[in-house]
Ligand binder design. Structure first.
Ligand code: ATP
Length: 252
């Protein structure tokens, strides 16, 4: 579904991403890993149109989408999260999920003042979908709680729920397990493996939590100093010496 080839981005003399190739197939969970500053988030920014590549191409569903605007990529079903939260802390959990869905509900302004039966039907469908997402992420009992008072683990689950509200085909999550303890990361992993097929077509993750990565990924792409260092299944990556060296340094 997603094909990235020769992707490169330089900021002056900093070669943040150099000649990176990878694909994300339908039904797959693919993870982009690597030490700090390896170029993972820059790849996300290039795929979703926040940055224009210096070189290289992005294909989505067989069509060239290189440097398309972020809102256009979102309309095509490529939805990403940021390391900074996408949750509105002053709204309730439920209202965050409702709010997320207005991205896909396109209605003329006058409908706000004269809502008719179409609008009432839309509102019902949005509310029903918010209920389904609440149940999926396991926050049914926290529906009326202000998002700002959720625990870190609950907040991360809500962030995934908000992103799902935008109806993604490819969901790209940037460090969804940041700040989570082992039990919370386990709950998040259980949610992520349930997403492909029914809720999204594919998942692309940037993540530092190795337990979560090894547990959920079908395929892993390892980056170091802006370049692709290795790619393969979790088992292949775990025994790749170059990868171990990048993370732990060369053995004396
Ligand atoms: P982390 O795991 O710490 O989030 P990362 O692998 O996501 O790191 P990037 O954020 O993509 O790494 O950064 C790759 C390199 O590009 C770094 O050296 C960073 O300082 C540089 N960089 C990223 N964005 C910019 C920018 N807008 N201007 C200049 N340099 C940038």
């Amino acid at each position: 579904m997603l094909e990235v080839s020769g992707l490169s981005k330089s900021f002056g003399g900093i070669h943040a991403v150099q000649d990176v190739d990878f694909t994300v197939g339908k039904g797959q969970i693919v993870s982009l890993i690597g030490p700090n500053g390896a170029g993972k988030t820059t790849c996300f920014n290039l795929i979703t149109g926040f940055y224009e590549p210096t070189r290289g191409r992005v294909l989505w569903d067989g069509h060239e989408v290189t440097a398309r605007k972020p809102c256009r990529m979102a309309q095509l079903g490529v939805i990403r999260t940021f390391q900074k939260t996408n949750v509105l802390r002053s709204l309730s959990v439920f209202d965050n999920l409702i709010h997320a869905q207005y991205l896909r509900d396109r209605m003329p302004l006058w409908r706000t003042f004269w809502p008719g039966s179409v609008q009432a039907r839309n509102e019902r469908s949005i509310s029903q979908s918010a209920d389904e997402i609440l149940e999926l992420v396991g926050l049914e009992k926290r529906s009326d709680v202000q998002a700002g008072s959720l625990s870190c683990g609950e907040l991360r689950l809500l962030e995934v729920g908000v992103a799902l509200g935008a109806n993604p085909r490819l969901l790209m999550l940037d460090e969804p397990a940041a700040g989570l303890n082992t039990r919370e990361a386990e709950t998040l992993a259980e949610l992520l493996v349930r997403l492909p097929d029914q809720w999204v077509e594919s998942l692309l993750l940037v993540e530092h939590n190795m337990n979560l990565i090894m547990r959920v990924s079908d395929h892993i792409v390892v980056m170091n100093f802006g370049k692709k260092l290795a790619s393969g299944t979790p088992a292949e990556i775990q025994r790749n010496e170059e990868v171990l060296e990048a993370y732990m340094g060369k053995a004396a």
